[in-house]
Write a protein that binds this ligand. Structure first.
Ligand SMILES: Cc1ncc(COP(=O)(O)O)c(C=O)c1O
Length: 377
């Protein structure tokens, strides 16, 4: 598809192209590859974005997804063209921000390559669509799983489907949380413990590089507390602490209760990536303000569908007290139209999952979070 776009829309062989599912993602890519400190530096004027369209109704070949999915007859995508020397930076954006088009969507477009045109009338590009039943169903299912616990001392209120924000990959969910938080308070953030490699790389590449406490031990928590105190004395506040429960791949869990107390004292947000622990097993909303998950590990049961989500726990005291944190009003949804073809927690895996849960205390009994499995004093 990229080759055809290059052939059709540019003449210079020293230019390259990447394709995104939305104009907003294309603009974010443009901003990333033209950042001031980039090596090589690339002028914004040399990076262009065009909207392209595939007309599925004119294609004779039916790609495998098209029979059941409700994707529109015309698919619009945003193509970014840039000097070839910026390809590495563009690929870094693609990899870290998780915003590229899915291979399924690309596969669906491929038989219609001959119908590819540039959209010149930009008045009605990427029209807003209603939230699809598939989207609602997935949000409901996630909220139900998160709500299996009995609200208690740590967590007072249940999650609603409106607290659940779905994205096309785990990295995309992380990207959107980072954007949300930096727009709210563009200060430093902290990564506590050693997270999934790309999360760390992403947070280092975007905004102010985070302060990193790689081991997440009790000793490092003491150091963190001293740092927060020093920052407070200087009139500064960090905006968030990012951690994982447990971490990938080291499977370590930091002392989340203590981080919660620090967050309440020093007024910042706790973001927990619980991809490995999974919201099907753990209730972290008593300690986290925002939960991130790569649903890639859950959808379809075979990790062959990319997806991600974050939950903004709207009853978190911190989120509640800062009314200037603005979650997106318009939820990305078009890619979710293909989800009815896939299964979230496929039937075949459910008995296995139940068996697994029997070895854990039920969430209603679980007054406390699992103890940190690593307390290296
Ligand atoms: C802890 C964690 N967070 C985020 C991600 C990124 O998720 P995705 O591959 O869905 O973008 C991964 C991927 O393995 C992960 O392990």
């Amino acid at each position: 598809m990229v080759a055809v776009c290059k052939e059709r829309f540019i003449r210079d062989s020293d230019r390259d192209c990447l394709i995104f599912p939305s104009y907003r993602a294309a603009v974010a890519c443009q901003a990333f590859i033209t950042r001031e400190n980039n090596e090589p530096s690339v002028d914004t004027a040399t990076v262009s974005i065009i909207i392209i369209e595939f007309d599925m109704s004119r294609s004779k070949t039916v790609p495998f997804l098209s029979q059941a999915s409700q994707l529109p007859a015309k698919i619009q995508l945003a193509a970014v063209f840039f000097p070839s020397e910026a390809l590495l930076n563009a690929m870094t954006f693609w990899r870290l921000a998780g915003q590229g088009i899915s291979s399924r969507l690309a596969e669906r477009c491929l038989p219609s390559l001959k119908t590819l045109t540039q959209v010149t009338d930009l008045t009605n590009v990427f029209p807003r669509q209603k939230i699809s039943p598939a989207h609602k169903k997935v949000c409901q299912r996630i909220a139900n799983l998160l709500n299996r616990t009995t609200p208690g001392a740590l967590r007072q209120v249940s999650v609603s489907t409106h607290d659940v924000y779905l994205y096309q990959s785990g990295m995309s969910a992380i990207y959107h949380v980072q954007q949300l938080l930096s727009e709210w308070r563009g200060t430093e953030s902290i990564v506590f413990g050693f997270p999934y490699e790309l999360t760390l790389k992403f947070l280092q590449a975007y905004g102010l590089p985070p302060k990193h406490y790689p081991f997440g031990t009790a000793k490092e928590t003491d150091e963190l507390e001293v740092y927060l105190e020093v920052e407070r004395a200087a009139g500064r506040k960090i905006h968030a602490i990012w951690c994982e429960c447990p971490s990938n791949p080291l499977l370590r869990t930091v002392d989340l209760h203590r981080l919660r107390r620090l967050a309440d004292t020093y007024d910042f947000i706790i973001v927990v990536d619980e991809t490995i622990g999974s919201f099907a097993n753990l209730d972290l909303l008593g300690v986290a303000d925002i939960l991130v998950t790569s649903l890639t590990k859950i959808f379809n049961g075979q990790a062959d569908v990319l997806a991600g989500r974050y939950v903004l726990y709207s009853y978190s005291v911190i989120l509640h007290s800062h009314t200037n944190i603005h979650p997106p009003k318009h939820r990305p949804k078009s890619h979710l139209k293909i989800l009815p073809r896939f299964r979230c927690f496929p039937q075949g895996l459910l008995p296995q999952r139940r068996l697994h849960l029997r070895y854990h205390p039920t969430r209603a009994q679980q007054q406390e979070l699992p103890r940190p499995c690593h307390t290296n004093q």
